[in-house]
Write a protein that binds this ligand. Structure first.
Ligand SMILES: [Zn+2]
Length: 109
């Protein structure tokens, strides 16, 4: 048995390649961006394609709380307008401020 879990050269997803099928292809752009700047995104729905597009390009934006995207199917026959709400996720970063010997609590009687 060979383990063929790797990145797909077409869609970029990590999966077992012997059983892998790429998700549908979409053309995605922000609603205020020119059509010729749309990007190819693989996703199982217009919503997922829009979310992946934003995740990929997020550092370019000024962190608005919601964005509107235009998502067109691969055959260029259907166009969807997708609104994506952007939620900032809290990040937790720990740092040690003090280290000392631990004191064992008294055993209960
Ligand atoms: Zn693939």
């Amino acid at each position: 048995m060979t383990i063929d879990f790797s990145k797909c050269v077409i869609c970029g997803e990590y999966d077992f390649q012997s059983a892998h099928i790429c998700k549908p292809c979409w053309f995605v752009r922000l609603d205020y961006i020119e059509q010729d700047e749309e990007e190819t995104v693989f996703g199982s729905s217009p919503e997922e394609a829009a979310e992946k597009y934003l995740a990929r390009n997020f550092e370019k934006f000024d962190h608005p709380s919601n964005m509107t995207l235009i998502v067109v199917n691969a055959k260029y026959t259907k166009q969807y307008t997708v609104k994506v709400n952007v939620e900032l996720v809290p990040e937790f970063t720990g740092s040690i401020t003090k280290q000392e010997p631990a004191i064992k609590a008294k055993e209960e009687e």
